[in-house]
Design a protein around this ligand. Structure first.
Ligand SMILES: Cc1cc2nc3c(=O)[nH]c(=O)nc-3n(C[C@H](O)[C@H](O)[C@H](O)COP(=O)(O)OP(=O)(O)OC[C@H]3O[C@@H](n4cnc5c(N)ncnc54)[C@H](O)[C@@H]3O)c2cc1C
Length: 453
């Protein structure tokens, strides 16, 4: 029977970085993916990634066509398109990726480090013994054979569906289900335009609650008169069909006249706080499988890479010391929550604020600067933003016709701060987790209650 130090399920961004990190330390890694190896990296995605992620992760810039266009920032359009916020901060500088080549580049890093890839292999079930995950069963699609593969630790990097996470027994203490209301249903196409757009350096985001309730339309320039265009809609209650919304609305814009569809498809984006706990005995969850996506813009490439790195580092430490128990793997939770998780959780509150705004609120709020570019920049970076007394007074004056909107914005700011300071108390071992979690649920529910209902 095959036995490895670690099995990584899924060779997306999170899985490749986890596999690379673990393999570089000399530990043995088995990496499986349901796709053919040459197709790994293909993903329904907006393809945008901030440059700062590569810097933070210590990855060099790829040079083989993985980075298609350089981006100077984002432009956010109000629902009536009369107001445009231009956010051109260093943290919003980045690239439009060739997602396939970028995925292949990461995969090569993992296999060059020594990870053994078995493609066209589908995860079936975890093997659980004495309360710990000790391997998986998987079906090799090339041979049709289902086999058992053993390991000391299994990493779930299978993306949105979290196939390992969903099959773990409840007593392992990892949430198996994600609420639909915390997910965006997306449809996206890559289109060849008849001519290059005026804007080739900014990612465009269009807010409109009627077209994209709880989400937005994006048009991202990919160079060569190609764009990545799509939309996401929050799956709360009854929601419209994303593809129909894109065709009935966005494609009516003059720039799409005579354009050609190069590729298209639907997928899901989990836009909420991270899973409260991402580890148990012999198992760690990374990337979309752990809901590690920015709740307001849905960007998850950076956080998934980060989680792959942190989970990998923690697994190495745990295996060097002994058994990969829940306690030994716990510091992965701490690293992620400290670096990105608390920002994600506070942005979950900002997401509820945005969901609660009508198009009229957003038009007025953006036009009259009740909400400013600076607020959006700070919110987008997860920084705390305060409304000081003078600033609040000025806004009250400007927002006399929308006092409710302003009050809600102030409440949002306060609640975001509360959530951040709560995440600063994330327990350093599983011991204090239940109490912490009860308070987390209370704060998030309060956010929904006060802002949406
Ligand atoms: C429409 C859309 C637009 C987006 N736009 C952006 C954007 O512009 N910028 C950004 O940063 N993020 C964006 N995201 C989010 C981003 O795509 C994800 O957060 C990121 O790809 C997550 O990486 P991952 O490795 O966790 O999962 P994935 O990239 O989904 O990888 C999972 C891997 O697991 C494999 N797998 C799944 N199930 C099994 C199984 N049973 N057995 C074996 N293998 C399996 C899959 O084949 C896949 O290779 C977008 C998401 C969507 C849906």
């Amino acid at each position: 029977m095959e036995k490895y130090d670690a099995i990584v399920v899924g060779a997306g961004t999170a899985g490749c970085l986890a596999a690379k990190t673990i393999a570089e330390s000399g530990l043995s890694v088995f990496l499986i993916d349901q796709k053919k190896s040459g197709e790994i990296g293909e993903k329904i995605c907006g393809d945008a990634m901030g440059e700062h992620h590569l810097k933070f992760l210590g990855l060099e810039k790829p040079t083989g066509g993985e980075l298609e266009t350089r981006i100077d920032g984002i432009k956010i359009f109000s629902p009536d398109e009369n107001t445009v916020f231009t956010i051109a901060d260093k943290d919003f500088i980045g690239f439009l990726l060739n997602r396939h080549l970028f995925g292949q580049w990461l995969l090569k890093k993992a296999t060059d480090a020594g990870a053994v890839l078995q493609d066209r292999t589908i995860f079936r079930a975890p093997i659980i013994e004495k309360g710990a995950v000790t391997g998986i069963t998987a079906k090799n699609m090339k041979t049709g054979k289902v086999s058992e593969i053993r390991s000391k630790v299994v990493v779930d990097a299978s993306g949105f569906f979290g196939v390992v996470r969903q099959t773990l027994p409840e007593e392992m203490g990892i949430d198996r289900e994600i609420d639909n209301a915390d997910v965006e249903a997306c449809y996206r196409e890559i289109r060849q335009l008849k001519q290059e757009t005026e804007n080739t350096r900014f990612c465009e985001i269009y807010l409109n609650q009627k077209v994209t309730p709880g989400g937005y339309v994006w048009i991202f320039p990919k160079g060569g008169a190609r764009v990545n265009v799509g939309l996401g809609i929050c799956m709360r209650g009854k929601y419209p069909n994303p593809k129909k919304q894109l065709y009935d609305n966005t494609f009516k814009k003059p720039i799409f006249e005579g354009s050609l569809v190069l590729t298209g498809g639907s997928w899901f984006d989990p836009t909420r706080r991270p899973l409260d706990n991402m580890v148990s005995n012999g198992v760690a969850i990374v990337g979309d499988a752990a809901s590690l996506v920015n709740p307001i813009h849905g960007g998850g490439i950076g956080p998934s890479l980060l989680s792959g790195l942190f989970a990998g580092q923690t697994i190495i430490e745990a295996l060097n010391k002994g058994e990969p128990t829940k306690e030994a793997l716990w510091s992965y939770n701490n690293k992620y929550m400290e670096t990105y998780g608390k920002k994600q959780a506070s942005l979950d509150i900002f997401r509820h604020f945005l969901i609660s705004c009508s198009d009229e609120d957003l038009n007025y709020g953006m036009n009259e600067k009740l909400m400013t570019e600076d607020d959006v920049l700070k919110a987008g970076m997860g920084d705390e933003f305060h409304l000081n007394i003078t600033e609040t007074a000025k806004r009250v004056f400007r927002g006399i016709r929308r006092v409710g909107f302003l009050n809600k914005l102030r409440l949002t700011v306060t609640m975001m701060r509360q959530v951040r300071s709560h995440y600063n108390t994330y327990p350093t071992s599983p011991d204090g987790f239940d109490t912490w979690r009860t308070q987390t649920m209370k704060l998030i529910e309060e956010g929904k209650e006060k802002l949406i209902k």
